[in-house]
Write a protein that binds this ligand. Sequence first.
Ligand code: DX5
Ligand code: ZN
Length: 212
Amino acid sequence: MTIISPSILSCDFANLERDIKKVEPYVSWIHIDVMDGHFVPNISIGIPVIKSIRKITNLFFDTHLMIENPEKYIDAFTVAGADLITVHYEATKEKTPEIIKQIKTKGKKAGLSIKPKTNPDEIKDYIDLCDLILIMTVEPGFGGQKFIENCAHKIPLIKKMSHNKNLIIQVDGGINDETGKLCKSLGANSLVAGNYIYNSEDIKKAIESLKK
Ligand code: DX5
Ligand code: ZN
C-alpha cells in the first residue's frame, strides 16, 4: 500500500480548513511543510497553524521540518499535534541520532530527509533509527517544481541499506501520476504531492491515480 500525503503548501491558506477537507475522504495523511527562511530560501507556516488545524482534522500530520536547529522546536511541534516529524540530515549532521531519539521519546514517528545533492551513504548509519526516510526530488523550498530524475536511483539504495521491513521510503517534489509511478516501481511506499493534487480538476481522481 502506498501512503499518499497531500502537501498543504499548495492550499489556499485563507481557506486551509476547506482545502484539508477536500482531501480528507481519500487519504489518511497530510504533509505539512515548515520553512524557516534559513535552511531554505522561503518561509511557510509553523507551530500555531499546526495547533489550529489539529482541531479540525484527525488526519495523520506528516510534518516536514525544513529548518535549522530543529531540536529546539521538537517539543513544541509534538505538543501542537505533529504525528511524524521529519528533519533534514543537512540541518542536523552529527546531532542526527540524538534528534531522532528526541522525537521518538515524545512518542512520535521520526523521519530523516536528504536533499537532491546529498549522497544516501551519508545517512547509512541512521536509516535503521528512523521510521521514514524522505528523499527530496526537488530542491526544498517551493511547491510546483520539476521532478529531478536523477534522485530516483536513491530509492533502491536506501531500501538496500535498511534492515527494517517497515521502513517508509517517501519522495517529495514534482510528484504526479508518472513520476509517482516511477518512484513506486523503485520501492517508494509514500508519495507527497502538492500541486498535482490541489491543481487538478478532480482531486479524488488525482489521489486515486497516485495510489494505483
Ligand atoms: C518542497 C516541499 C514539498 C512541496 C511539494 O520544499 O517539501 O512538500 O510542497 O510540492 P509539489 O508536489 O507541488 O512539488
Ligand atoms: Zn515537503
